[in-house]
Write a protein that binds this ligand. Structure first.
Ligand code: 8YV
Length: 327
């Protein structure tokens, strides 16, 4: 049980979570759960945070300045059930002395698995192939149509060589791919899995038959996959994104998919999701998923428990393992 003195700590969970996570919350806190998948409005969040010590949220809920600035002084920590934290105004939280934590590590393998699914699905036509069979359009088999693209042995570039990028690199080696990466700094040799480092994103692109986006969304990376950068890739390259939708410029990617500059794309994340740019739906050369990177029971449970571990450590007076707000 998590207490301050004799009192149980009060926690607001903004979203429905895995049953074992909710059970632990109920056992440890005076908890207000959201029993539905309906997002709480700003007014509801602010009303429900009155007297609340901790908020457990996720990347689906935005904690911008209009939320963080208005939270009652009782709120000491916002724990997000996600590795990404661009949905929280960290600077303002820090200024208000509200701790913020995320949940890295526990979703690395699931997200890397999903990235390989995007690569294979986009290259080999999983989406149009599935539709052909379901819609009874298989027709007379032909030796020359339909065809996808090879994956094994091709050149593969990774944008962002953090934990997930490294786990993707490890998997891509199994396909005999020639690996390249760009990130702010090179990683230690053993972590690059033989990938060649490029200090400039533009320098890596001519080597990318495949490009995988695995960086975080920051002011520097937002919109970085634009027309100018796509034009540096070999004609007919394949793009996959399992990170954040706003890293790509949708107009540029859609234009490249229409012209053939990009042969295909595998996308799990979108700007403004779930309200994605409708033009993606009418393209045949895209493999689209509804943000499934961490969507397995074991991973979602592990994320929830990691978030609770952070909250409990904080109230024990320890430094939470995944503290994002520094001191
Ligand atoms: C989350 C994610 O599952 O962790 C992240 O940053 O994008 C996903 O894994 C989802 O956003 C719920 O928080």
């Amino acid at each position: 049980m998590t207490t301050t003195g004799a009192q149980r700590l009060r926690l607001l969970a903004t979203r429905r979570m895995m049953p074992d996570v909710e059970a632990r919350l109920a056992a440890s806190f005076d908890v207000t759960l959201n029993p539905t998948d309906t997002p709480l409005t700003r007014v509801e969040v602010l009303a429900r945070t009155s007297g609340i010590d901790a908020i457990l949220t996720c990347s689906l809920d935005k904690f911008g300045p209009d939320y963080v600035g208005e939270l009652p002084a009782s709120v000491r920590i916002i724990a997000t059930h996600s590795v990404g934290y661009e949905h929280i105004d960290i600077g303002l939280a820090k200024a208000r002395r509200i701790a913020v934590t995320n949940t890295p590590d526990v979703l690395t393998e699931a997200t890397a698995d999903l990235t390989l699914l995007l690569i294979l699905g986009a290259a080999r036509g999983a989406s149009w192939g599935d539709r052909m069979v379901r819609e009874n359009r298989w027709g007379e088999p032909s030796l020359i149509s339909p065809l996808g693209f090879d994956v094994s042995g091709r050149r593969f570039g990774i944008l962002g060589m953090g934990r997930i990028g490294q786990a993707v690199a490890r998997r891509a080696r199994g396909f005999g791919m020639a690996l390249h990466y760009h990130s702010r700094r090179p990683v230690a040799d053993g972590l690059a899995h033989g990938a060649t480092y490029h200090g400039r994103f533009a320098d890596m692109l001519p080597h990318c038959d495949f490009l995988s986006i695995n960086c975080t969304s920051t002011p520097e990376t937002r919109g970085i996959v634009n027309a100018a950068n796509l034009a540096l890739m070999p004609w007919g390259a394949i793009l996959v994104n399992s990170s954040r939708g706003d890293i790509v410029d949708d107009d540029s990617v859609i234009g490249a998919l229409q012209s053939g500059q990009l042969a295909a794309a595998g996308l799990d994340v979108f700007k403004g999701e779930p309200n994605i740019d409708p033009r993606y739906r009418s393209l045949d050369n895209v493999f689209l998923l509804p943000h499934l990177g961490s969507a397995t029971p074991a991973t979602r449970s592990a994320m929830g428990h990691r978030a609770i571990d952070n909250i409990e450590a904080f109230f024990r007076g320890e430094r939470p393992r995944d503290l994002l707000t520094g001191d």
